[in-house]
Design a protein around this ligand. Structure first.
Ligand code: GLV
Ligand code: MG
Length: 310
């Protein structure tokens, strides 16, 4: 499957659900998140992981995940769990799974190893080869430094994700509140990291996804953090609680006003470049001059709005 052939899935809200908790797995199906990821990594205690693999298989096969991208987060390659996570989940539920999320990715080889393993399982099971996507989490300095090679490592890649909690720990950032501004530093400490991830993702035509905000009851604070990555162009954010889902769906969609304006720009540009409009390269829309570059900018906003059903 070539890079451009990958399905474009909306991922404004990516709901984390512990794979070891049937009650949460049941409830998650009713929430309006664009993506759900069933977690075998940090939300699953080590002793609970073996059983959680089978719980996940059951819920993928028997649950109703209509309208959601179905993803499983496996453990990272430095543990002893990764291969069994992948083999059990993909052999058991590969037909009902859209992507595997790989945490703490440090280099391209780790993505390629997962790609190879997926290919073997797909061949063995008679599944379409290349159908299952990969999401790569950037959670430490090595991952960020190597993010360009990681983003280009496999045609299965669909997203690059910022993992702020592990990242903050790995670089010794002096804060315990994930995603919040840090007392003592006057600027946004995440700006460089987010932009670095965004550039690598866009270079390879991938989505860029912001990670979790752990103060789950404070939806206003969630909004404050989400608005920052949405403004840069990020496609979505993790959500850990029902209260965060609607906020993410709203924040990572364009506002109605921006969407309407983008559609107006597209119409005006189409007209001015047409025979009837005089085949001009630019035109005025009110006080604003628009040209081919304005069309491209408008297309981004209009594309996100159309995908969100506006
Ligand atoms: C997510 O995995 C994070 O570490 O923030
Ligand atoms: Mg993490």
């Amino acid at each position: 499957m070539s890079e451009s052939a990958r399905p474009q899935r909306p991922r404004r809200s990516c709901l984390a659900v512990p794979g070891s908790n049937p009650r949460f797995l049941e409830k998650a199906q009713g929430l309006p998140a664009d993506q759900v990821f069933l977690d075998l990594e940090d939300a699953c205690a080590p002793l609970a992981k073996p059983e959680a693999r089978h719980t996940i298989v059951k819920f993928l096969n028997e649950g109703d995940w209509t309208g959601k991208a179905r993803v499983v987060r496996v453990n990272d390659w430095t543990t002893e769990w990764t291969y069994r996570d992948v083999v059990t989940v993909v052999e058991g539920a590969g037909q009902n799974l859209d992507a595997i999320m790989l945490p703490k990715v440090q280099n391209a080889a780790q993505v390629q190893a997962l790609d190879l393993l997926l290919t073997q399982i797909e061949k063995t099971m008679g599944f379409e080869v290349g159908k299952i996507g990969i999401e790569a989490q950037i959670e430490n300095a090595a991952g960020l430094v190597n993010v360009d090679e990681i983003a280009g490592a496999s045609p299965r890649l669909e997203t690059i994700i910022f993992g702020p909690a592990d990242f903050m720990a790995s670089i010794n950032m002096r804060s315990l509140v994930v995603g919040a501004l840090i007392p003592g530093y006057p600027a946004d400490p995440y700006h460089y990291i987010l932009m670095r991830i965004l550039m690598a993702a866009r270079m390879h035509d991938l989505q860029a996804i912001d990670g979790p905000f752990l103060q789950i009851r404070d939806v206003d604070a969630f909004r404050e953090v989400a608005v920052r990555s949405a403004a840069l162009g990020f496609d979505g954010k993790w959500v850990l609680h029902p209260g965060q889902v609607d906020a993410a769906n709203e924040i990572y969609s364009p506002s109605q006003e921006d969407y309407d304006h983008a559609e107006l720009i597209l119409d005006a540009y189409d007209y001015c470049t047409s025979e009837a409009g005089g085949k001009k390269g630019s035109a005025m829309l009110g006080d604003e001059m628009i040209d081919e570059a304005s069309r491209k900018m408008a297309l981004v906003i209009a594309g996100k709005g159309r995908a969100a059903g506006m």
